[in-house]
Design a protein around this ligand. Structure first.
Ligand code: ADP
Ligand code: GLC
Length: 489
């Protein structure tokens, strides 16, 4: 068979535009698919951050009168070492300051249904027989709610390629008033329980799930959890019906971008063979953030969206107790005002011990991963999570709540797992402040035993988190959706 062609639909892509892990995945998975022989192209909205960063664009198609949408063009660019990128140039919807989903004051863009309806609409046009391009995908792969309507549009198109949908986070659903069904020129019959209706609203996410031939999510454990009442966010019934079509594929990481031996953001580089750079990064970070420059005090870090999902409230609650141990804590993040304010007030109360940086800073996030001794992720739920991979690779054992992809990717450190070489961090069950506290104390206890700590760090650093295995699993899903055998490996 000739090369399989895949259209990858996403609302963010690193390093061009990033608010979270979806960008990291969209930046790395298509390249990993290309490396195993898949012809992938990525389509994204033409936000200013994307339009400005590419050197030159070719016009691929012009959509002057797409019912329901302002005029737009499809542009294409080749990126050195990257996969071909297509952007929807629609100034009326995308040319503005602010982020992909929120305006500068943190409110959802009121026209988000149109912004991401257009992404889905154009993706569907490229995936059916009327496509204006000579390149015709065999499979259309949508990611998260922003690409969810693609399947609905494809369901009424001629010669549609099969649609695969990946859930990166079931908590973000893109639910809007039903009037958008007509405004987005979707057929009326789509607004049904057997379609995209969800508790009296139209749901982009439900459309993604309902109309997909195969559904994937970003860890095997989360694939099970989303079929339960506890973590199904109302979609569990539908996911249970589709259970045969649901597959969990653990995310990988971009091992070039996240490599302590070559990371351009680090003041000092290091590897398992020479770890002195790690200690120097710690000292440099302590100085940068005004923390007491003491190598012997364990430095705990969190880099995260500051939302209920991430459970940072637990870390904030136990911080005063932990600082007594002593430990130092650094938090980098942005999100809900209350969490930001609590972090800032701890920093004010405990100068030299607790640092809070409110904002999104890619370079600093790398430096923190490299400088810290332990990385804390007390997520209430976590579809996959990426920082536990990054921190392992940077010799910073993660302390995680046993949920979602965290449970799939961190092996609790015990005498046994340290001995058999599987240990990679500290895992606690039961989402309470005391349980988090106990696991930090366990980690600090091991930190005080240099031989064992060095062994744990090394075990973390030599783990393989590259994308190849997962890319092969996606290829298997594509082939199955096409009714072809996946061919094993
Ligand atoms: P999610 O996508 O739910 O936010 P992930 O762990 O999958 O969680 O991915 C988060 C990504 O965003 C990671 O690459 C993380 O380092 C990055 N990140 C989160 N907050 C910040 C921040 N304030 N500054 C820099 N990077 C951040
Ligand atoms: C989502 C999830 C996160 C996951 C990421 C990439 O943002 O919250 O757990 O790692 O998507 O798949």
């Amino acid at each position: 068979m000739s090369e399989l062609k895949v259209l990858f639909v996403t609302s963010e892509i690193a390093p061009l535009i990033k608010t979270g892990g979806l960008a990291d995945v969209s930046g790395a998975l298509p390249a990993a698919l290309r490396d195993i022989g898949v012809d992938v192209r990525v389509i994204v909205p033409g936000y200013p951050q994307i339009m400005a960063q590419m050197e030159s664009w070719d016009e691929l198609a012009d959509f002057q009168d797409l019912p329901g949408f302002p005029p737009c063009r499809l542009l294409g660019a080749f990126r050195e070492g990257g996969v071909p990128l297509m952007a929807i140039d629609c100034p009326a919807l995308y040319q503005r300051d602010g982020g992909p989903y929120l305006d500068e004051s943190g409110h959802d863009w009121p026209d988000n249904p149109l912004r991401f309806g257009l992404l889905s609409r154009i993706a569907a046009i490229l995936g059916c027989s009327g496509t204006p391009l000579s390149w015709h995908p065999d499979v259309v792969h949508g990611n998260d709610w922003q690409a969810g309507l693609t399947g609905a549009y494809l369901s009424v198109a001629q010669g549609a390629a099969p649609y695969i949908f990946t859930i990166h986070n079931l908590a973000f659903q893109g639910n809007f008033e039903p009037e958008y069904v007509a405004r987005l020129h979707l057929p009326e019959h789509c607004y049904s329980i057997d379609g995209l209706e969800f508790y009296g609203r139209m749901s982009f996410l439900k459309a993604g799930i309902y109309y997909a031939r195969r559904i994937t999510t970003v860890s095997p454990n989360y694939a099970r959890e989303i079929q339960t009442d506890e973590l199904g966010f109302g979609m569990q019934g539908l996911l249970q019906v589709r259970t045969e079509d649901v597959t969990g594929i653990l995310n990988g990481i971009d091992t070039d971008e996240w490599n302590p031996a070559s990371d351009r953001y680090l003041p000092f580089r290091f590897s398992t063979r020479n770890m002195t750079g790690k200690a120097k990064n710690k000292r440099a970070l302590q100085e940068l953030l005004g923390l007491q420059a003491d190598e012997g005090i364990p430095l705990l870090a969190a880099v995260s969206r500051m939302t209920f999902q991430k459970g940072l409230d637990l870390l904030i609650e136990i911080a005063p107790r932990l600082l007594e141990v002593p430990v130092q804590i650094v938090m980098l993040g942005t999100g809900e005002r209350q969490i930001q304010e609590q972090a800032l007030s701890l920093a004010a109360r405990y100068p030299g011990k607790f640092a809070a940086i409110i904002g999104f800073d890619e370079g600093l996030s790398h430096h923190i991963e490299a400088a810290a001794d332990m990385f804390v992720m007390p997520s209430r739920f976590e579809p996959c999570g990426l920082n536990q991979f990054y921190s392992q690779r940077y010799g910073t054992p993660p302390i995680v709540h046993s949920t979602g992809g965290l449970a799939d990717s961190v092996v609790d450190c015990t005498l046994q797992t340290l001995k058999d070489g599987t240990a990679s961090g500290f895992v606690f069950s039961g989402m309470t402040a005391d349980n988090l506290h106990a696991s930090v104390i366990r980690a600090v206890g091991l930190y005080r035993k240099p031989v064992q700590w060095k062994r744990l760090r090394k075990l973390c650093m030599i783990k393989d988190f590259s994308w190849e295995t997962s890319a092969r699993a996606y290829l298997g899903v594509y082939l199955e959706a096409l009714g072809l055998e996946s061919g094993g490996d």
